[in-house]
Write a protein that binds this ligand. Structure first.
Ligand code: AMP
Length: 635
């Protein structure tokens, strides 16, 4: 029996031996010369000189043993469509897509931006990119046109793959007008646009630049496109994530390290075996979708279930019925979804036969104790919280049941995963914290395989953002607070920066502030995250108006509030919409002009903001207090 402590220790003390063994999990067309290159810190290169391909490892390799096993089961409760693809069928679809992309000029190293809803073609497109050695950049379908334009300008894709529409909660969301607007806004004009026509949008755009996928798919129906063998450190994808500035960062990932890390995590963390069925309820636009809807389950020879819909339509029992129907063994979602289900009719869970389910995994946001206790009791199966971020690609903290089934502790996602040299450090002096002392979660150099290699197109930003924030230490900052107990279990206490987490979605408060500031009525704005019983956190906005007189009446205020939320919807998408916009005549700031966001958030959560010796004018806090009281009086 392996014991966790020794296993973790070995991964840190002897990373080359440790990861050399793990690298056997994947096919290397050309073996690597060197496990790890640390000649240029903080950059690390894994499996240097090795040549491999993510699509080959995820699909082609399984054709010998599991060609007739389902690789992908697609279920949409929005359209009522169910489709199943065996590994052989998935292989064929990816080859068609790859041939179409190739015919449109996509080559190794070029970017393909994927702006798609949860449809199987999204999986084909991502894996077709991997096959061709092209770099995919998936943009979450809920993002609005300006967001999409910023990503087009940063990634400079040769091709954009989109659909006529997405659907959520019974509502059709037209995509083509958003793509049209994004292209008009973007500086980068040379991308072609491939359209997957679901025939959902009644008034879909018919612009001449849209190339329809279906006839091309027919044309390349029998295509076989060889895999490009990429050097392990070539980029596989770029996934944008929010930070403290309004400019999103492109998290760049490699090929070989990512494949090895995900394959290993399927055994040590997820205990997934070839032939199992895994249902990850996330979106392909997020890192959980990349890693655990697509790459990891397929790399390990599982069947992956892809779901379009909400957890409560047609009713709150739908996910449990999926477990019964498809004999799902592993399920992965975010705590928000469970809080939603708990509020519905928790008894629905008992109506389905859940005997196939072995473990439920949760990540993306803190798992509160009431939710953890409820779901653990209701399921009677292990519930495994795991903590990570877009940048790491796979869990940093978890009970690694495939190594040793340590007992879980409520409120903690567990202990550091193998490969991660995780230390909590004092924010002021960078020294390691004593057990029980609050600190910033940091990772030592090098980051393990699978983690981001750099910020797309901006190595300096990778160094400046992630490796330069802890005083006196060349360590990676996660920008999360935590506390570690004597047994090594870490509890996450929230972000150290201005990033908030709404329903498991990471949002920069700065992005929302910038969107609101673009409205002519707004002079100044502060956005904070406050505790929300269902979504974990909600965004609240406090605005100072240029001409308060104009909006003095209730009617004018209500109209303004609608306009402001619509501005956020238009610029960022509805997921970033503040729960409430409060009007104040000044914002609490330090004498040097820094917004006191933590003080505002404290007041909004009914806590005292504590001593604020540097505050410019305490009257601003009174204003915030009054605005909150007035709003709760109206509610
Ligand atoms: P993202 O990059 O969108 O996946 O968001 C990552 C952030 O979500 C982390 O930096 C944490 O703040 C938060 N997070 C993710 N997983 C957990 C978890 N299991 N417990 C607490 N916070 C989490």
């Amino acid at each position: 029996m392996t014991n966790y402590r020794d296993f973790h220790r070995r991964s840190i003390d002897h990373p080359e031996d440790f990861w050399r063994e793990e690298a056997r999990r994947i096919h290397w067309e050309t073996p690597f010369d060197k496990v790890l290159d640390t000649s240029n810190p903080p950059f690390a290169r894994w499996f240097v000189g090795g040549r491999t391909n993510l699509c080959h490892n995820a699909v082609d390799r399984h054709l010998v043993e599991r060609a007739q096993q389902n690789a992908l089961i697609y279920v949409s409760t929005e359209t009522g469509i169910e489709r199943r693809y065996t590994y052989a069928e998935l292989y064929a679809e990816i080859n068609r897509m790859a041939a179409v992309m190739r015919s449109l000029g996509v080559k190794r190293g070029e970017r393909v931006l994927i702006y798609l809803p949860m449809i199987p073609e999204a999986v084909f497109a991502m894996l077709a990119c991997a096959r061709l050695g092209a770099i995919h950049s998936v943009v979450f379908g809920g993002f609005a046109a300006p967001n999409l334009a910023a990503r087009i300008d940063d990634a400079k894709p040769v091709l954009i793959v989109t659909a006529d529409a997405g659907a959520r909660g019974g509502k059709v969301i037209d995509y083509t007008p958003l793509v049209d607007e994004a292209l008009a806004r973007a500086q980068h004009k040379t991308a072609q646009v491939l359209l997957i026509d679901r025939q959902l949008a009644p008034e879909r755009l018919n612009a001449s630049y849209l190339v329809n996928y279906e006839p091309l798919r027919e044309q390349f129906f029998d295509a076989h496109v060889p895999c490009e063998w990429l050097e392990s450190n070539e980029p596989s994808y770029v996934l944008y994530t929010s930070g403290t500035t309004g400019r999103p960062k492109g998290v760049q990932r490699d090929v070989g390290g990512y494949a090895v890390a995900l394959a290993a995590s399927m055994e040590y963390i997820f205990e997934g075996r070839a032939g199992d069925t895994m249902f990850t309820a996330s979106d392909i636009g997020w890192v959980v979708g990349h890693s655990y809807i697509i790459y990891a389950p397929l790399l390990a020879g599982l069947t992956t279930v892809m779901y379009e819909g909400t957890p409560i339509r047609p009713d709150g029992g739908i996910w449990w019925r999926l477990v019964e129907q498809y004999k799902i063994n592993l399920m992965f979602t975010a705590p928000t979804a469970l809080r939603v289900l708990k509020k519905q009719d928790p008894a629905l869970l008992k109506k389905s036969d859940l005997s196939s389910l072995r473990t439920l995994f949760l990540a993306g946001e803190p798992l509160d104790e009431p939710t953890a206790s409820w779901i653990t009791g209701a399921l009677g199966k292990p519930v495994v919280d795991n903590y990570w971020q877009t940048e790491t690609g796979w869990p940093m903290l978890a009970i690694q049941r495939g190594v040793e089934a340590l007992p879980p502790k409520l409120g903690s996602p567990g202990v550091p995963a193998y490969g991660y040299d995780l230390t909590l450090r004092n924010e002021a002096n960078g020294e390691p914290c004593a057990p029980g002392e609050k600190g910033v979660l940091t990772l030592g150099y090098p980051l393990p395989p699978g983690c981001m290699s750099t910020v797309w197109g901006d190595d300096q930003r990778f160094i400046d953002t992630y490796w330069s924030s802890v005083p006196g230490q060349a360590v990676y900052s996660t920008f999360d607070w935590g506390i570690q107990d004597d047994d090594g279990y870490v509890t996450i206490l929230g972000r150290t920066d201005d990033v908030i987490n709404v329903a498991g979605h990471r949002l920069g408060t700065r992005e929302i502030e910038e969107a609101l500031s673009s409205h002519a009525a707004v002079a100044e704005v502060a956005v904070v995250g406050v505790a929300d019983p269902v979504k974990g956190q909600a965004a609240l906005a406090f605005v100072v108006l240029r001409d308060a007189e104009r909006y003095a009446s209730d009617k004018a205020r209500a109209k303004l509030s609608t306009e402001l939320t619509a501005t956020v919807d238009r610029q960022l998408g509805a997921i970033a919409r503040p729960a409430h916009v409060h009007v104040v005549s000044m914002l609490p700031k330090t004498r040097s002009g820094k917004l006191l966001r933590r003080a505002i958030a404290a007041l909004a959560e009914g806590r005292e903001p504590g001593d604020l010796p540097t505050i410019e004018d305490p009257a601003a806090l009174v204003q915030v207090r009054e605005a909150l009281a007035a709003a709760s009086g109206k509610a």
